[in-house]
Design a protein around this ligand. Structure first.
Ligand code: G3H
Length: 195
């Protein structure tokens, strides 16, 4: 059985500043993760000639995949982070202070809450459908370098987790989740490469 490796991008400058959305580059810490990830992938997929690396169209995932050599890379817009609409670039504290109603609505129903002029988790789940179809079709391993909200949804699909849990699934930085689909069901391993 072929593995699917899921990982968030390395720490971004917006992660450091506590801001959501945006399209910043990765931090020095993020760069270190990118190198560790490349090392891991090159060892783990050594004889997997048909493997591929999928990223979003945002800089932080493309830069995280950059040190990985020897595999084709594909950019998917459908792997971009949840669109925070008018809240893009804000911190959660700023949203709470300046848009308290939005903050409360999201807290009440994070799955269905749609950012003004942006997306909800349900929207993200829907736009991931073509990615999931293509992942299911692949016979070779795939490394998916994406974002927190998107990976929660992808992971939930493979791990068969209920819809309502999706926005709350733990999806730490600098950790690879390896999923293997076999006859006995889905096996999962986690590799925390750094803090
Ligand atoms: O920028 C978006 C975050 O990665 C998504 O996290 O849905 O828990 O706010 P959240």
């Amino acid at each position: 059985p072929r593995p699917i490796l899921l990982t968030r991008h390395g720490q971004s400058q917006d992660n450091v500043r506590g801001r959501i959305g945006g399209d910043t580059v990765i931090s020095d810490t993020g760069e270190i993760y990118a190198k560790k990830l490349a090392n891991f992938v090159e060892k783990r997929l050594k004889n997997e000639r048909a493997a591929s690396i999928w990223t979003s169209t945002l800089q932080r995932t493309i830069l995280t995949a950059n040190p990985i050599v020897g595999f084709p890379k594909i950019q998917w817009r459908a792997l971009d982070e949840i669109n925070a609409g008018v809240c893009d670039g804000m911190s959660y504290e700023e949203i709470k202070k300046n848009m308290p109603d939005e903050y409360e609505s999201r807290k009440k129903d994070k799955l269905r809450y749609r950012y003004p002029r942006g997306e909800s988790y349900l929207d993200v789940i829907q736009r991931l459908e073509p990615v999931i179809i293509e992942l299911e079709r692949q016979r070779a391993p795939v490394v998916v370098v994406s974002h927190q909200a998107v990976l929660r949804a992808l992971y939930a699909y493979f791990a068969d987790r209920p819809l309502k849990e999706i926005p709350h699934i733990e999806m730490p930085l600098h950790t690879i989740i390896e999923i293997q689909m076999g006859v006995t069901g889905v096996q999962e391993k986690r590799y925390k490469l750094m803090d």
